[in-house]
Design a protein around this ligand. Structure first.
Ligand SMILES: Cc1cc2nc3c(=O)[nH]c(=O)nc-3n(C[C@H](O)[C@H](O)[C@H](O)COP(=O)(O)OP(=O)(O)OC[C@H]3O[C@@H](n4cnc5c(N)ncnc54)[C@H](O)[C@@H]3O)c2cc1C
Length: 346
């Protein structure tokens, strides 16, 4: 088989020349798969004016090769242009696997691309492996409301495409001595033909958008009593690297904006850890959190319905409990920093 046809590709995401964390996580998955297939691992990145050091970083984190496609109109993500670039690259280089992030970009781009290139896509995978014997990609993801884990194959079409849930794997520790081939591809004008034009970027006032992909969510409810007390939720979320959620009562009181609302008329989330603070656990709130892996509730009322679904419950006054948890976490983080642990995987 032509070596190029056996490549494993990961789609790196960058913003203004800086790589997003998912780019490193995908390389860790890709490295594992490429080693099992004895195949080269390629990281594909699109943008404009991406600095050489950024591309070298991809090699340090595990890529054997980097394809960097540059054009002024790739500066910002637009589905049609990005898909056309990948479609042309796939047609000429025929990778066996293409992994993207289950991020806004990946979830928008890869389904569109899969249709264009006539292959399947497994969305939102939490584990990937290679099937012994066939070399097929085993794509594992939660199914039926998270009650089972399904393993899906794409035996008859190439590339085998999957989006991978953020933070499902730690990046490899970077090796600055690692060498790889970097190929810069100037995208021809005709690839940029696009019905959607980028006009401007408007940042949201608050980042409620990260809720659905967050591993940890800390939510506050009416038990917080007033808007200023939401700072307790923010402080705890910051220590945990968590996204911030809220009950509808908190949103309707104007303590936090609607994009943060969790529940029937808000967002449905499935983090690894959900922390409900001063939230009673109404049926409408629970509808948005029932597929969370672990629920921790802090509530002063031992009869609050949230305790019926919580894996861990703290019956107590949140104004005492939350600062104590936050301070313990801070101590732990400082200790780890002093020990020089950086959270990457050898
Ligand atoms: C059609 C429909 C859709 C809805 N959609 C949603 C939705 O998407 N999301 C949602 O959340 N709700 C939704 N609701 C509203 C829902 O019914 C509840 O009203 C809401 O979830 C209650 O919010 P809460 O838990 O913050 O407030 P409460 O139910 O008032 O609970 C506050 C809790 O704080 C505790 N508490 C008070 N003081 C303290 C303290 N000092 N320390 C610790 N605990 C304390 C109390 O014991 C209580 O359990 C919807 C309702 C309808 C009808």
């Amino acid at each position: 088989m032509d070596l190029m046809e056996n490549q494993v590709w990961t789609l790196a995401e960058q913003w203004e020349g800086k790589l997003k964390p998912i780019s490193y996580e995908l390389l860790a998955w890709g490295r594992n798969l490429a080693d099992k297939l004895n195949a080269p691992l390629v990281s594909v990145v699109m943008g404009n004016g991406i600095p050489r050091e950024t591309l070298e970083t991809l090699v340090h984190y595990g890529a054997d090769e980097v394809y960097c496609v540059q054009h002024p109109r790739l500066s910002h993500f637009t589905c049609e242009s990005y898909a056309r670039v990948l479609e042309r690259l796939i047609q000429t280089r025929r990778p066996t696997i293409l992994l993207g992030g289950a991020t806004t970009t990946g979830r928008t781009l890869l389904p569109y691309l899969a249709v264009k290139v006539g292959t399947g896509l497994t969305a939102d995978c939490t584990a990937l492996d290679i099937e012994p014997g066939t070399g097929n990609l085993l794509q594992t993801r939660p199914a039926i409301g998270g009650n089972i884990m399904a393993t899906i194959k794409t035996p008859n079409h190439r590339p085998q495409m999957a989006t991978v849930r953020p933070r499902s794997k730690k990046p490899l520790c970077p090796d600055p001595t690692r060498k790889g081939r970097i190929e810069t591809i100037e995208a021809p004008e005709e690839w940029m033909d696009n019905r959607v034009q980028f006009l401007e970027l408007q940042a949201l006032d608050e980042d409620g958008n990260s809720l659905e992909s967050a591993d940890i969510v800390v939510s506050g409810g009416k038990g917080l009593k007033k808007a200023e007390n939401f700072s307790l939720i923010r402080g705890l979320a910051e220590e945990l690297g968590a996204a911030i959620g809220a009950s509808r009562e908190a949103v309707e009181r104007g303590w936090i904006s609607y994009p943060h609302q969790v529940g029937l008329s808000g967002k449905t989330i499935s983090p690894k850890l959900y922390i409900a603070v001063g939230i009673s656990g109404s049926i409408q709130h629970l509808a948005g959190i029932k597929s969370s892996e672990t629920i921790l509730a802090v509530n002063s009322d031992p009869g609050a319905p949230i305790f019926q679904v919580a894996n861990f419950g703290i019956v107590g006054d949140l104004f005492q409990v939350i600062p104590r948890i936050r301070d313990r976490l801070r101590e732990y983080r400082m200790r780890k920093q002093q020990e020089g642990t950086h959270g990457c995987e050898e």
